[in-house]
Design a protein around this ligand. Structure first.
Ligand SMILES: Cc1cc2nc3c(=O)[nH]c(=O)nc-3n(C[C@H](O)[C@H](O)[C@H](O)COP(=O)(O)OP(=O)(O)OC[C@H]3O[C@@H](n4cnc5c(N)ncnc54)[C@H](O)[C@@H]3O)c2cc1C
Length: 380
């Protein structure tokens, strides 16, 4: 029986980043995943790192702070897995021109004439160029983050906590971190309702030089160091009844295989941005990312909803009970709901959570488990 300080369930961007920061603080870590490292959404991700334009608000401030940190972090970690050439954002219904131009992030407007001077392959588009953006190789990054970590390929069905230890088969640990993405949570967390959103990434070879990443409703990457270009989008909500599921996840009632149609649609959308010559599809990836209604990611100690409300029923009526008086699952933490920016948030949030666990440093309230708990408790 091997005993660790921490057991992490889920080896995606969230779990791998946690493993890295905990090990940096000399903690022993076991990482468990039923698929392998980056076998979930993280392996399927684009993985584009882009700023979030628009008037400053708490959400885009968080994204942009995380981006600043993570770009630098990945370049120092493994520069050969990072291509940092900026992103051209083309206005769409989500982000109109006003939103793209009126913000504090440094940018320049490129009209279609200017874009044609850069590459004759650009279609008749214009957009806003942001320098601080990159595309990374998600698998290489996750492998690098966890290279000193013990990895176990297991499908964890339930948690057993006894005599101060969590035990899974022959693995024992004092503390546990749930980094499960869209996987069914191993404990009841009714205040964090995860919606899986499906997506597809197609890696292609082309003779076209794509000078920087391009983003509209889909993303097209620049030519990466491995010689491919990634084209990706995550758009389909799992709770949309009309939707047929394209991947397998715990919550999935359907499975269809219409890869060809999906790939053709994605490539067509890419061709509306830039003409990709001598195009050859190398590999396709599918995955589901985890999102909650507020779009904020969530980190922190795992509040026991039932026991906390039983102890303080007046929370439901709005009585302010401080977080330290709530009931928590013992030595249990979570990092989830990283949405469409799992690789932007991963290292940034893992560092914050690690400092909070090991050094009691305060965490931003807007990403805390407690914020969701209070909101759900008062609503009910
Ligand atoms: C097609 C696509 C494109 C994307 N593009 C981008 C992008 O360009 N930029 C970006 O930043 N983000 C992107 N994302 C989002 C990003 O991938 C996610 O936010 C991120 O991967 C989430 O990481 P995670 O570690 O939380 O989840 P995951 O990577 O899904 O990891 C969770 C892991 O937990 C494991 N697990 C769960 N339950 C159990 C259990 N009981 N036992 C064992 N193992 C378990 C799963 O097998 C899984 O591997 C994209 C996502 C998709 C699907």
């Amino acid at each position: 029986m091997k005993i660790y300080d921490f057991l992490i369930i889920g080896a995606g961007s969230a779990g791998c980043s946690m493993a890295y920061f905990l090990q940096k603080e000399n903690k022993s870590v076991a990482l468990i995943d039923r698929e392998g490292i980056a076998g979930g959404a993280s392996g399927a991700a684009g993985a584009f790192l882009s700023p979030l334009p628009g008037k400053k608000n708490p959400y885009n401030s968080l994204v942009n702070a995380a981006l600043e940190y993570s770009l630098d972090f990945y370049e120092k970690l493994l520069s050969k897995a990072v291509d940092k050439k900026g992103v051209l954002r083309v206005a769409d219904s989500n982000f109109d021109e006003k939103k793209l131009s009126q913000n504090s992030i440094k940018h320049k407007y490129l009209d279609s004439k200017k874009l044609h001077e850069i590459s004759k392959n650009f279609m008749n588009i214009d957009g806003f160029f942001y320098e601080n953006a990159a595309v990374i190789d998600p698998l290489q990054i996750c492998l690098e983050l966890t290279k000193k970590c013990d990895f176990y390929k297991r499908d964890v069905k339930e948690l057993c906590f006894k005599d101060g230890f969590y035990t899974i088969d022959d693995i024992k640990a004092r503390s546990i971190i749930l980094a499960q993405g869209v996987g069914s949570s191993l404990v009841e967390i009714p205040y964090m309702k995860i919606s899986p959103i499906f997506g597809l990434r197609v890696d292609v070879k082309t003779t076209t030089k794509v000078p920087f990443n391009i983003h509209k409703s889909i993303s097209v990457s620049t030519n990466k160091q491995d010689g491919t270009i990634s084209i990706g989008a995550t758009q389909q909500r799992h709770d949309d009844e009309k939707m047929e599921c394209l991947t397998t996840c715990d919550k999935c009632a359907y499975y269809i295989n219409s890869d060809e149609v999906q790939i053709a649609t994605l490539l067509k959308q890419a061709e509306e941005l830039i003409k990709l010559e001598d195009l050859e599809v190398v590999k396709t990836y599918k995955g589901a990312r985890a999102t909650i209604k507020s779009y904020f990611p969530v980190i922190g100690k795992v509040v026991d909803y039932e026991r906390s409300l039983k102890k303080h029923p007046s929370i439901k009526n709005g009585t302010k009970i401080p977080p330290e008086m709530l009931e928590y699952y013992p030595n249990m933490y979570l990092i989830n709901a990283l949405g469409s920016r799992g690789f932007v948030y991963g290292p940034y949030l893992a560092k914050i959570l690690t400092k909070s666990i090991l050094h009691n440093e305060t965490m931003p309230k807007e990403v805390s488990t407690e914020k969701l708990f209070y909101k759900a408790a008062r609503k009910n």
